[in-house]
Structure formats: C-alpha cells, structure tokens
Design a protein. Sequence first.
Length: 121
Amino acid sequence: MITLEVVSEPMSPENIGIQTSMMNSQPSYNLVVMGKASLTNEEILEENTDIHKDYEGQGIGRQVVELIECNLREENVDKVRLCVQKGNESGALFWSKNEYIIISSSMDHRGNPIDIYEKKL
C-alpha cells in the first residue's frame, strides 16, 4: 500500500538530494528535456520528480496516480491536465494506460515540444 504524507521541508538539502538521485536515474529523459544526462541540485529545484528507474514497472506510479486522483475527487476537482515531452515514449505510454488522452500539443518553457494530456475524474 502506498500512502502520501506531507514533507515538512521539501526543499531541505536531504530531500533535494533524494530528488536529484531520482531524476538522475533517468538520463535519457534528462537528455530529451534538459539537453544533458545529469542534473544539479539547483536544476532539480525547477523540475518535477518521478519514479526511480530501479522501481519502474512495479505499479508504484499507477498507485500514486490513483491515490492523487482520489484526493482530487474529494476536493471536487473534475479533471486533470499534464504534459509529456514528445519523444518520452515511456511517459506517454504510462499516462495513456492511466486513461489520459492527448488534447493538444505545445512547447514548454524551454522550447521543447510537449503533448498535453487530460483525464476527466
């Protein structure tokens, strides 16, 4: 079972170190998005976290998404939108498997092409 908990200091050096380890476990993703395989702690402060590569394919991401969606429904949120970098095939497959559909395409703040996904809750 997965539970979410509030982190009292999400920007603490320890937590940034954990996030850096997670993000740098995905060098191919970093290459597509950031143009380099490894990110610094400072760059991590600007990015989102993801599932560590060693734990992919175990259903953890799906469980986290389901838990977040449940919490959003309780807050009367009726849809979720997110973006996936073009070329991030595993990310696109993950969100499609979780019933998110592409509603448009655009560019992110770095000029990278993205697909925008949406799911009605």
